[in-house]
Design a protein around this ligand. Structure first.
Ligand code: FPP
Length: 255
């Protein structure tokens, strides 16, 4: 671990890391446990990864904790997950404050159960002064949902006459997404655990140029070392943003 940390280039830490935390159910099944035990173990990984991300100076960590599509899971699993998320957030609040971590969320807050909403709001308020890592939970979130919401906001502005249809460009649309107020909107690095090679309706607009790391490890098994290794792999990549290697070398945009 120490060696891994030392080999990381502190000048090229990704400002925004997003993670699709997958494999809790399979982790539990492989041990003959109930799926919910996988989610409980998954919370421990959330704590670990938040700690290490904060330690190495990541600015924003977005975790896909519950998608719009997850509402279609069996009601008992939905209830258990919502309860778990609320309880975990409340329990971790003092530690978040101690580590200067600010909790935020993207997604349909109004669709969350009242109990979870209260616990989340408590943590948003209690950590609103924290200036270190932003821990951003995607809850009742999907990329398409967010883009539709942004389109609605723009249409309402156009109907009011505060913008003209011709004013709409990529920057204006991005400014209406729920990620607009994060320290950096677009993730530099997207990590997916659990081995599946898909994006699953996560941050569709924002990952246009994100580097992607997929690991076969299930989320409960994902360690601090695995996270650091993903950062190291990211630092070996050349980010071209559609340009040529020569252009990137000349203008120094490879971050
Ligand atoms: C995916 O595993 C995981 C989820 C849908 C939920 C993730 C939630 C947590 C880890 C808890 C989050 C807690 C906090 C405090 C943010 P899966 O059930 O889809 O696994 P499978 O693909 O193996 O079935």
């Amino acid at each position: 671990m120490e060696k891994l940390i030392e080999s990381i280039d502190r000048n090229r830490i990704p400002a925004h890391v997003a993670i699709i935390m997958d494999g809790n159910g399979r982790w539990a099944k492989s041990r003959g446990l109930d799926r919910s035990e996988g989610h409980v173990e998954g919370v421990n990984t959330v704590r670990r990864i938040t700690e290490i991300a904060s330690e190495i100076g990541v600015g924003c960590l977005t975790l896909y904790a519950f998608s719009t599509e997850n509402w279609n899971r069996p009601q008992a699993e939905v209830d258990a997950l919502m309860h778990l998320i609320g309880i975990a957030i409340e329990r971790e609040t003092p530690d978040l404050i101690r580590n200067n971590v600010r909790l935020r969320m993207i997604g349909d807050f109004g669709r969350m159960p009242e109990d979870a909403r209260k616990r989340l709001q408590g943590c948003f308020d209690a950590t609103s002064h924290c200036t270190g890592l932003v821990l951003n939970l995607a809850l009742s979130y999907s990329g398409r949902w967010d883009i539709v919401e942004a389109a609605r906001l723009l249409a309402a502005d156009a109907a009011k006459g505060t913008i003209a249809p011709d004013d709409i460009d990529g920057n204006l649309l991005a400014s209406r997404l729920s990620t607009a107020s994060l320290p950096q909107q677009d993730p530099d690095l997207l990590i997916r655990t659990g081995g599946d090679l898909r994006v699953s309706n996560f941050l569709l607009w924002e990952i246009a140029y994100s580097e992607i790391e997929v690991t076969d490890k299930y989320w409960p098994d994902f360690s601090k070392e695995d996270f650091l290794q993903a950062i190291l792999n990211y630092q070996k990549r050349e980010r071209r943003f559609g340009k040529t290697s020569e252009q990137i070398a000349a203008d120094g945009t490879n971050k």
